[in-house]
Design a protein around this ligand. Structure first.
Ligand code: CP
Length: 319
């Protein structure tokens, strides 16, 4: 059983069966990660380059750990401190890395579409680790996997994606992933941070945060991305926190039990207060933990390698 894609560029390119296969494979890798020796030798003849043209903590470490847990050789590249500052082009940079016999490239870039451009110009497999305001496919997969783990399923679940939808690659990938898996999705936030035609993606728009929270089972709270706002889209952070910030007092006043998620990094006291981020409703660190298993699954499946011990543990319908 293999994925229907050669690269992972965006969730919209995956089928529901692809996502099921990634989840079933990640289930197996979660078991591996609970062992004393948290490694399998499946990719011991594979070299992966992590090339990050934009800052990252979670995604970069998670990919590196996933690759090492699979036994791959890993090289890391950051644009800062590299020859990019001397004017080297993206293709020249990547071709020089590939000349060192690299099989797979994990890429983060501030330009939307950069991983797609790369996939058209090199032979190696490309995995998108976040491109501009476009997509962050492995984040959406780990988010949906975490919902499935916490609530038993994704199908039919009511998920609110709250905050800066306009500038969020996490929002777009989550919308594609959750709707593909049969969840109901509401996007909520100030009108200036919600794209005008977003309802065409099969989601409902809600500007009243309390109403969104009263409706949902899962609230995925997104970071306010000030670095991508080139003009003011709300008055002050304090005003944003007052009208759209999620805090314990607000959630305590709502009758339903809500699972709170955030992809990180968190602006504490703005979109999410510490009394929720560190509270019992939060699964934020479980999301990070699941990220390693999900990325192991994506890398393993895209590598085309077949390890019988990983394969045989899959449910029969995915064999
Ligand atoms: N969630 C996420 O992409 O975090 P980083 O920017 O730290 O990788």
């Amino acid at each position: 059983m293999a994925l229907s894609v050669k690269h992972l560029l965006g969730i919209n390119e995956l089928t529901e069966k692809d996502i099921d296969l990634i989840f079933a494979t990640a289930d197996n890798f979660k078991q591996v990660l609970k062992r004393d020796i948290k490694k399998v030798p499946a990719l011991r003849d594979t070299t992966v380059a992590n090339i990050f043209f934009e800052n990252s903590t979670r995604t970069r470490l998670s990919f590196e750990l996933a690759e090492k847990r699979l036994g791959a050789d890993v090289v890391n590249f950051s644009a800062s401190g590299s020859s990019v500052s001397k004017g080297e082009t993206l293709i020249d940079t990547v071709n020089n890395i590939l000349a060192m016999k690299v099989d797979m490239v994990v890429m983060r870039h501030s330009a939307s579409g950069a991983p797609w451009f790369l996939s058209q110009n090199i032979d190696a497999c490309v995995i998108n680790a976040g491109d501009g305001i476009n997509q962050h496919p492995t984040q959406a997969l780990l988010d949906a996997f975490s919902i499935r783990e916490k609530l038993g399923s994704v199908k039919g679940r009511r998920v609110a994606i709250i905050g800066d939808i306009m500038h969020s690659r996490v929002a777009l990938s989550n919308i594609y992933c959750l709707t593909k898996l049969g969840a109901e999705v509401v996007v909520a936030g100030p009108p200036t941070l919600i794209p005008k035609h977003i309802a065409s993606l099969g989601v409902r728009v809600e500007y009243d945060i309390r109403k969104a929270l009263e409706w949902c089972e899962v609230a995925n709270v997104l970071r306010i991305q000030l670095e991508r706002m080139h003009k003011p889209l709300f008055s002050t952070l304090r005003e944003y926190a007052t009208y759209y910030g999620i805090n314990k007092k607000l959630l305590d006043g709502i009758s339903n039990d809500i699972v709170v998620m955030h992809p990180g990094p968190i602006n504490r006291g703005v979109e999410l207060n510490s009394d929720v981020a560190d509270g019992e409703r939060s699964v934020i660190l479980q999301q990070v933990e699941n990220g390693v298993a999900i990325r192991m699954a994506v890398i393993y499946l895209l590598s085309g390698k077949r390890d019988p011990s990983i394969q045989s543990a899959r449910p029969a319908h995915l064999q």
